[in-house]
Design a protein around this ligand. Structure first.
Ligand code: BES
Ligand code: MN
Ligand code: ZN
Length: 505
C-alpha cells in the first residue's frame, strides 16, 4: 500500500473510492465535501439532513456516484463530536473507512485529510494520524494461512488542502509510515508462534531491523551473560533447551560520549508456562505474547533510526523462555542479580521482574538520561485497569511521567500513572533468606509490588516502568475499538515513537 498526495479536484481524480468525512450532527457540508456534494446533485447533504448518517466516530456509509464523478463510490465516515476532535479520532475514522474500503474490494483510494479544514490540528499531524489509522487497521497476520481471503488496497492519495505546504504533508505521511511499519514489526513478532519465536529468533530479527546504518546490534549468549553475573535473568531460562539471548540495540552510538541516551528495556519471555508455579491451561493460552515488551522495543529502535531521532537511543532486551524441566528453578531457590542483590524465588511465575532486574542494572552503564521499561509484567495490571483500557505507568520522576503522558495523548496509546508507595518495597524486602523476594502473599497489591521490586535495580537514574499486560494482546471478544485485528497490538511502539518525536532530549 502506497501513500501519496494529489491536488486535483475530486471530480477529476481517477480512483475507485473517495473517502470523505463529517462531524457528529453536521447539518451542512463544507469544503471538499461540499464541492463533491454539488457534483453529486446534493446526495451527501440529503443523507445528512435525513439523519441516515449521523457522523458518530467510525460510522461509515457508502454513496454510489452513478458516473457523476470518476470514482465509483464515496465512503462517508463519521468523526464524532467536533469539540472532542483530536489525532486519535482521525486514526479511528481512517481505520473504519479503510476496513470498509477493503470489504468493498477498493484498490485505489483518494481521501480528504479528516477535519483539517475545520480544526486547529496541524495538517502534518492529521495526515500522519490518517496514515497510521489506515495501515494499522488493515494489518493481517496470515503467513500461516493457505488462503488469503482479504483484498489489498494499492494506494491511498490524500487530497492536498489549499495553502498547506506539501513538504509538511509528505513528512507527516513518512512519519506515519515509519511508525506503522514499526508497530507491524512488533505485532508480527508477538503473533509469531512460540515454536518459531525463540530467543535466538528474536535476536536474529533484531539484527535485521531496517534503518539508516546508524544502528548497531550485539547479541550476548549464555556464556557472556554468565560473565556479566546476571544470575536473576539466567535462572529463568534454566528450564528450557532454547538458550537465552541478551539483545543490545544501539542507535546513534557515536554520540554516546557527548549526549546521554534514552534507554528502552523490554521483557521478552518467548513463552511463560509459569515454571513450577505452573499456570493453568487458560492462563497460559496467550503467553506467547509475554515477549511483547521486547517486541515493542525492537519496533521503537527501528522507528528511532528511520525517524532520525537526534540523540542516542539504546534498546536492551533480555530474551528467554520460562519452562519446566529438571533444571528449572524451584520455588525457594535463591539467585544473585548483577548488582549483588540476592533474590528468593518464591514464585517461578514472577519471572519477568527477574530478567528485567539484570537488564535495569545493565542500563546504568550508559549513564542514561532516562530508562523506560515495557513489560507484560502482571495479571494484576489487567485486573486494575481492564483489558484494552490502559497500560500502567510507574515513574520515579514526575517530569518523565508527564512526557510519557503527553506522548500518550498524541499517540492515542493510553497509560495511567500508579503510585510507588514505600510499603510495597518493604513487602518485597521481607524475605527470610535473601535481600528480596520475587513475590508476596499479598495478591491484591501485585501490581505495585512488582514495580517496587524493579525499582530496587534502578540506581541513580530517571526511570519509568510501563506494565503493558492489559494492552499487548487483545482477544476477539474485547469490546474496545481496536486499530487492527484481535491478537498482538504492538502497544508501546506508537507511544515511544511519539515520545521520541516530541522530546528533543
Ligand atoms: N506474564 C505474566 C503476566 C501476565 C498475565 C501478562 C496475564 C498478560 C496476561 C507474568 O509473568 C506473571 O505470571 N505474573 C504473575 C506474578 C505473580 C506470580 C506474582 C501474575 O501477575 O499473576
Ligand atoms: Mn509469569
Ligand atoms: Zn511473564
Amino acid at each position: 500500500m502506497k501513500f501519496n498526495l494529489i491536488s486535483n479536484k475530486i471530480a477529476e481524480i481517477d480512483v475507485d473510492t473517495v473517502i470523505l468525512s463529517c462531524f457528529l450532527s453536521d447539518d451542512s457540508t463544507n469544503g471538499l465535501v461540499h464541492d463533491t456534494d454539488v457534483e453529486l446533485n446534493g446526495s451527501i447533504s440529503e443523507i445528512l439532513s435525513r439523519g441516515d448518517h449521523k457522523g458518530k466516530l467510525r460510522e461509515v456509509t457508502e454513496i454510489y456516484t452513478s458516473g457523476q464523478i470518476p470514482a465509483h463510490r464515496i465512503i462517508l465516515v463519521g468523526l464524532g463530536p467536533e469539540n472532542d476532535f483530536n489525532e486519535n479520532c482521525i486514526r479511528h475514522a481512517a481505520a473504519a473507512a479503510a476496513i470498509r474500503a477493503r470489504q468493498l474490494g477498493a484498490s485505489k483510494i483518494a481521501s480528504i485529510i479528516h477535519g483539517v479544514e475545520q480544526s486547529k490540528l496541524s495538517a502534518k499531524d492529521a495526515v500522519r494520524a490518517a496514515t497510521e489509522g489506515t495501515m494499522l487497521a488493515l494489518y493481517v497476520f496470515d503467513k500461516y494461512k493457505s488462503e488469503n481471503k482479504l483484498g489489498s488496497i494499492e494506494s491511498v492519495s490524500f487530497i492536498e488542502p489549499e495553502d498547506i505546504q506539501s513538504e509538511d504533508l509528505l513528512r507527516g505521511i513518512e512519519q506515519g509510515n515509519i511508525i506503522s511499519n514499526a508497530v507491524q514489526l512488533a505485532r508480527d513478532l508477538v503473533n509469531e508462534p512460540p515454536n518459531v519465536c525463540t530467543p535466538a529468533f528474536l535476536a536474529e530479527r533484531a539484527s535485521q531491523i531496517d534503518d539508516d546504518a546508524n544502528t548497531d546490534v550485539s547479541i550476548l549468549t549464555e556464556p557472556e551473560i554468565e560473565d556479566l553475573n546476571m544470575g536473576a535473568f539466567l535462572s529463568v531460562g534454566r528450564g528450557s533447551t532454547r538458550k537465552p539471548r541478551f539483545i543490545v540495540i544501539e542507535y546513534n552510538k557515536k554520540l554516546l560520549d557527548k549526549v546521554q541516551p534514552l534507554v528502552l528495556v523490554g521483557k521478552a519471555i518467548t513463552f511463560d508456562t509459569g515454571g513450577y508455579s505452573l499456570k493453568s491451561a487458560s492462563g497460559m493460552s496467550t503467553m506467547k505474547a509475554d515477549m511483547a515488551g521486547g517486541a515493542a522495543v525492537i519496533g521503537a529502535l527501528q522507528a528511532a533510526g528511520q525517524l532520525k531521532v537526534p540523540y542516542p537511543v539504546i534498546g536492551l532486551i533480555p530474551a528467554t523462555e520460562n519452562m519446566v524441566s529438571g533444571t528449572a528453578s524451584h520455588p525457594s531457590d535463591v539467585v544473585s542479580a548483577s548488582n549483588g542483590k540476592t533474590i528468593e524465588i518464591v514464585n517461578t511465575d514472577a519471572e519477568g521482574r527477574l530478567i528485567l532486574a539484570d537488564a535495569l542494572v545493565y542500563a546504568a552503564k550508559y549513564n542514561p538520561k532516562h530508562v523506560i521499561d515495557l513489560a507484560t509484567l502482571t495479571g494484576s495490571a489487567i485486573i486494575a485497569l481492564g483489558e484494552g483500557s490502559a497500560a500502567a505507568l510507574f515513574a520515579n520522576e514526575t517530569s518523565l511521567a508527564e512526557q510519557l503522558l503527553t506522548a500518550s495523548e498524541s499517540s492515542g496509546e493510553r497509560i495511567w500513572r500508579m503510585p510507588l508507595y514505600s510499603e510495597y518495597t518493604d513487602w518485597m524486602r521481607a524475605s527470610n533468606v535473601a535481600d528480596l523476594r520475587n513475590s508476596t502473599e499479598k495478591r491484591d497489591s501485585g501490581i505495585g509490588t512488582s514495580a517496587a521490586f524493579l525499582q530496587e535495580f534502578t540506581e541513580g537514574y530517571s526511570w519509568a516502568h510501563i506494565d503493558i499486560a492489559p494492552m499487548a494482546f487483545l482477544s476477539g471478544t474485547s469490546v474496545i475499538k481496536r486499530l487492527g485485528p484481535a491478537g498482538a497490538t504492538g502497544f508501546g511502539v506508537r507511544l515511544l515513537s511519539h515520545l521520541m518525536i516530541e522530546y528533543a532530549n
